[in-house]
Ligand binder design. Sequence first.
Ligand code: ATP
Length: 586
Amino acid sequence: MEYSSIVEVYEEISSTTKRLEITEYLRRLFEKTPKEIIDKVVYLTQGKLYPDYYGIELGIAEKLAVKAIALASGATEKSVAEELNRLGDIGEVASLFIGKKSQVTLFREPLTVKRVYETLDKIAKATGEGSQDLKIKLLSSLLSDATPAEAKYIVRTVTGRLRLGVADMTILDGLAEAFCGSKDFRPELERAYNLTSDLGMVAKAVSEKGLEGIKNFRISVGKPIRPMLAERLSSVEEILLKVGGRCVAEYKYDGERLQAHKIQDKVLLFSRRLENITHHYPDACELIKSNVKASEAIVECECVAVNVDTGEMMPFQELMHRRRKYDIEEAMKLYPVSLFMFDLLYVDGEDYTVKPYLERRKRLEEIVEESERIKLSKAIITSDIKELEKFFEEAVEAGCEGLMIKSVSPDSIYKAGARGWLWIKYKRDYQALLTDTVDLVAVGAFHGRGKRAGTYGALLMAVYDKKNDVFKTVCKLGSGFTDEDLAKLPTMFKELIIPHKHPRVDSEVEADVWFVPKIVLEVIGAEITLSPIHTACKNIVREGSGLAIRFPRFTGKYRDDKAAEDATTEEEILEMYQRQLKKIEA
Ligand code: ATP
């Protein structure tokens, strides 16, 4: 098959935004494509060479493309770069220069899809010394034999800028029309795609054997399954109605979703977008390997960074260190991850996606050996609004985003690749709403572990209730301390330690050590949330709940200039909470 026949279709697709027309162009393209290469044609049409999870990406630098265009057209690099400045689109620039050149080329060998694909593949895989030169040479050899239109699309593809805007679902429509006779069969194709995340593989199977070809598609360990997604509602009442009155509510951890594939003693990890991110989390792989008791399994979990010294869950941003290759070792030491398992898709030959949620959860409980660092997501089964609200507050208190509410009906299967009402997220968006600092009094402390052994892991902090002259707790403070600060804490509080809770302290939290309220620290937090355990503003906003500062951080300032009674008051915290609500509503 000649590459020009694909390019013709690209031109047609680029000239419209109508999905029906695009589908029609694709149908024609697929029908005329030889079956042996239809997978490659599908990948190319999406600007790729492989399904995403292979992790092989096109995307050479524009600078290299400029060199290749110069080499192939005989123009100077400078003039190519100038045109790029003027036109802004490297594809148009390639077309222009190859156009000028082709006036003098009488004989050229038509490019085939196979040759374009194989050359692009070599370019994508070239690494190490001399690879830049090799890439330029390979690309310019293609361009030398290309028509101006072909050059445009080759260069766009190789620089990662093809962007025809053809969605996965439109490709499936095109395939259904070409090989099943109608778009009505898209759901069958979609199912095959959801199970394998590989459009090329679906294309090949359906082009060879029609619907029969995909009927037997099964989950296979090592190929990521497209994730099930949740709808969102903002009231517990509505959520309960939607899921039929009874549900499983789970902590919604604020980390990174991982789909872990265990194959004997090998583990692969895929992200929410199904990239292979195994190498970001060697610690997570170890946990799966040792604590998932099955030879082969596909499980889903949320991976959360944890502060080694305090055991607290850290905000999602801490995982970003894992994105940089050289930081992973360091990040593993500072913030090792904990895993919270929330679903089971496959175990030892058995497809669990077709089973209702409670059955999946039960089996998950059986195969996961829990430890400090790998646990099942915290869950309750309930039909009670009050209980749900309480559980929500607890979740937020623990550093989670809110709750995932899951249907327990007999049809609550794992719907791969679908967003639906079987899962509903209930959260308040995490926003840095608290821009003021607060001054809080230390009323107690918790012993440190690990690096913090011998000092405190966290302090129990309180605001001042003027009317009753007591100190009420608002948070545990464990972040923001330097090593020096930490080393000093025991001496600093030595004189203030008392064997029991101070009579002027109102706390439902049991500290390991109690202090006379005296030392004031400046703290910054992310927001103020309802809390089931802290006593500040208890029963004011909601019966049974107090207010807490979420993600508190010591700013480094000891407010020696303030007495305990000068600390932020309970009224001020209430005002801040109300102001924050207004901001959210606005
Ligand atoms: P979405 O994934 O729905 O497009 P998003 O990427 O913004 O949206 P969220 O709105 O945070 O994600 O909600 C869904 C995510 O919540 C899941 O993808 C998963 O990573 C995470 N999560 C945390 N805890 C759980 C749990 N117990 N069950 C299911 N998902 C959970």
